[in-house]
Design a protein. Sequence first.
Length: 296
Amino acid sequence: MDNPLTHTEDFFKEDGIESTKLIGRSLGNRLLTGLCIALSFAALVPLASILYLVVKNGLPLLDWSIFTQLPPAAGMTGGGFGNAVVGTFLMVGIGLALSGPPGILAAIYICEYDPAGRLATVTRFTAKLLTGIPSIICGVFAFAAIVLATGKFSAVAGGVALGVLMLPTILLTSEQALLGVQRSYREASYGLGATRFQTISRIVLPEAMPAIMTGVMLAVARAAGETAPLVFTALFSQFWMSSLMEPTASLAVLIYNFSIVPFEYQVKMAWTASLVLVLLVTATNVTAQLVFSKKH
């Protein structure tokens, strides 16, 4: 006959082993969580140091006059880079106009109409492939397609290069935003008699719009800081732009040009231009998030 005391001892032993395992798992979970937090802060250190340097070196020359004056000649002091700010906005705007609607529409098609089709598969593969190519390839493409065809560097060529650069990012992030919309929303819409177009335009897109705009702003931020594509297409200019079909200044190219010259004032202006570029991208990002964020 079994001894009840033996079963009781076995129970407490097993319970003690399980408790020890739970304590060990809890401790391991806390250690790994702490390690992840520490590594996250460590990853922010380079970003914080860069921002500190940009703010420290860029603030001394930051005033309103830099937005209204032209870049100084080599070795000269004074002036600003108003034409580069205008050129950056213009070329990024052209690129966004060329890549935004096609990217979002393509994402809608491959996500909502034919997600498993051959065209959708090819489109996803091509977009992922384009995200990995060097940005200078986009500049070479626009150089061959626009600059050689027209015989001149221009803002249009720069906008085309940036548009090619932005397109895959917008497409892929928009697709992920659409996939993030719950399937039940679509089913409820269809159940009420709505067509596919009505469901997409009135239910899916409004729900996905904040995430879509986040992807668009990521593409804009990347395009605004690109130098190589613009060197091949828009080149640079010391003057205010009077036509879309002429060399155009941009902040990224100005930063590159001024940072490699042996003149102290130009180097300081390059730091200031870097600060302005960071502020413009941040302000655009925050504004887009506030405008397109969902109100619950």
